[in-house]
Ligand binder design. Structure first.
Ligand SMILES: [Zn+2]
Length: 272
C-alpha cells in the first residue's frame, strides 16, 4: 500500500517464493499473535479433553495468517509481474505490502492502460485470498464436511453449515476456521473503498476514469464517509479494535481531503 519500505531489523525473515523476495518483520508475528490470542484460548477451552495447549493453537493460527496474507500479497505481486513490473513483498504489523521494484516502468505506462492495470493489481490481492478460501471450502464440502467461517452471512449465503453435512473433527474445525476466517475477513475488509486499502485504490482509479479533475477528491470523500460508517458500526457493536482502526483511517482520509482540496487539479500522491 505504500512505496516506502518499513525499516529493516536483524530479526527479519527473508526468503524467495516463485521469484519474489519476501521479508517478514518480527512485528508481523507479534501482531498476528495479539489478534489471535483470544481466539486460540477460546478454541482451547472449547476442545477440553482433546485440546492442545493455547500456545500450540496460537502457533497454528499465526502460521495460517502468515499463509493467508502471503497469498494476498502474492496476488498483487503476480499481477504486477503480468504488467511488466518486478515486485518484492514485505509482511509487517497488521498485514503486508507488495512493492514494485522499478517505479519508472510503472510511471511509463500509457495513460489508457494505467488505471486498468492499477485496478487489476489492487484487486488481485483480495481475489487471491478469496480463491484460497473457495478452494478450502470446496475441498471440505467434497469431503462432506460442514464449514464454519465465523462470518454468519457467508455461512448462510453459501449454505456452508447445512444439517446434512458432517461436523469436522475438532482439530480439522480449528484448521478450517484459522484458514478461512482471516482469509475472508481480510479480503472483504481490504475491498472497502477506504484509503489506503486495496478498495480505496480501486475506487480512486474508477472515479478518475469518470472524472479526471474530481476523481481523487470524490474517492477521498467516499473513503472518509465509509470509514466513519465502519467506525460507528464497530463502536455500536462494542468492537473497539474496529472502531479505533477505522476512526484513524477516517481521520487520515479527512486530512488528505483537506490537503487535496487546497491543490485542485494536482494528480494526487498516494502510492500503493
Ligand atoms: Zn492488498
Amino acid at each position: 500500500m505504500f512505496l516506502a519500505d518499513p525499516p529493516a531489523t536483524q530479526f527479519d525473515l527473508h526468503f524467495r517464493i516463485i521469484g519474489f523476495h519476501v521479508r517478514v518483520t518480527p512485528f508481523f508475528w507479534l501482531a498476528a499473535g495479539v489478534i489471535g490470542h483470544s481466539l486460540a484460548a477460546g478454541f482451547s477451552y472449547q476442545m477440553q479433553d482433546q485440546s492442545p495447549t493455547t500456545g500450540v493453537l496460537l502457533l497454528l493460527w499465526i502460521l495460517c495468517v502468515f499463509l493467508s496474507i502471503l497469498i494476498h500479497e502474492l496476488g498483487h505481486a503476480v499481477a504486477m509481474r503480468y504488467y511488466g513490473m518486478n515486485a518484492r513483498i514485505v509482511l509487517w504489523h497488521f498485514g503486508g505490502i507488495a512493492i514494485p521494484e522499478s517505479v519508472s516502468s510503472f510511471v511509463g505506462f500509457g495513460s489508457r492502460t494505467k488505471p486498468h492495470a492499477q485496478i487489476v493489481i489492487s484487486a488481485a490481492g483480495p481475489v487471491a485470498q478469496l480463491l484460497l478460501a473457495v478452494a478450502i471450502v470446496i475441498g471440505a464440502r467434497l469431503g462432506g464436511f460442514r464449514v464454519d467461517t465465523m462470518i454468519n452471512w457467508v455461512n448462510s449465503t453459501f449454505a456452508l453449515t447445512s444439517e446434512h453435512l458432517t461436523a469436522p473433527s475438532p482439530p480439522m474445525q480449528v484448521l478450517l476456521t484459522f484458514l478461512l476466517w482471516p482469509s475472508i475477513s481480510w479480503a472483504l475488509l481490504n475491498l472497502l473503498p477506504i484509503y489506503p486499502l486495496d478498495g480505496g485504490q480501486i475506487t480512486r482509479e474508477l472515479c478518475t476514469l469518470f472524472s479526471m479533475s474530481n476523481g481523487t477528491r470524490i474517492s477521498l470523500a467516499v473513503s472518509f464517509a465509509t470509514a466513519v460508517g465502519v467506525a460507528a458500526y464497530g463502536f455500536q457493536r462494542g468492537d473497539m479494535f474496529l472502531a479505533i482502526m477505522f476512526g484513524a483511517l477516517a481521520y487520515s482520509s479527512y486530512q488528505m481531503l483537506q490537503r487535496y482540496s487546497g491543490h485542485s487539479g494536482f494528480g494526487g500522491g498516494f502510492g500503493r
